[in-house]
Design a protein around this ligand. Structure first.
Ligand code: NI
Length: 194
């Protein structure tokens, strides 16, 4: 089932999400709905708060690399091998390597892309959809997607990483998004729609 994606301005995107345990109801079907929703919107990552659930869960399925322009042709359509993963109750244990800029976007903030600086590498512990525990290292574009999605669980959006001037310049566009004054190819839920 395709779920509407919560737009910028919804309080759920600013909340620190809660851990879950294996008694969480209908988790498997929630995860499969999230993948369906993400693919429909041609995204490479989706966090539970973006579908209105403030729980510590996100999914990714992206190519392990992308060009520096942040121009993302759908890697799956292009036949590029992707990394598909489910992260439950993740903890970023360590970030390392030099910081690098990459133009990020977000399904909750359509049609805005901005450079964000993040560490090149990370070590993350998490449970997968079968409640198996993992501790893994990622770098480059894979790390970038994970850092972006992890931020969603902390109530942080990529626009929060921008400097005040940049943010001010985007203010009007962000207001338009939250009031639904934007058209997207996928279904959204706008917090301030009139
Ligand atoms: Ni996002």
């Amino acid at each position: 089932m395709i779920l509407p994606i919560v737009a910028y301005g919804d309080p759920v995107l600013k909340m620190e999400a809660e851990e879950i345990d294996d008694s969480y109801p209908k988790l498997k079907s929630l995860i499969s709905d999230m993948f369906e929703t993400m693919y429909e919107a041609k995204g490479v990552g989706l966090a539970a708060p973006q579908i209105g659930k403030s729980i510590r869960l996100f999914i990714v399925d992206g190519a392990p690399f992308a060009d520096a322009e942040g121009d993302e042709p759908d890697p799956r359509a292009a036949g590029i091998e992707t990394f598909k993963k489910v992260f439950i109750n993740p903890i970023i244990e360590e970030e390392s390597g030099s910081k690098w800029l990459f133009q990020e976007g977000c399904l909750s903030i359509p049609k805005i892309r901005e450079n964000v600086s993040r560490h090149e590498k990370l070590c993350i512990s998490y449970y997968d959809e079968n409640w198996d525990f993992h501790e893994e290292n990622f770098d480059g574009y894979a790390a970038r997607i994970i850092q972006h999605e992890y931020d969603h669980l902390e109530g942080i959006l990529f626009t929060d990483h921008l400097n005040p001037l940049k943010k001010k310049l985007l203010q009007k566009k962000l207001q338009n998004i939250s009031s639904g004054d934007i058209s997207t190819a996928y279904r959204m839920k706008f917090p301030n729609k009139k």
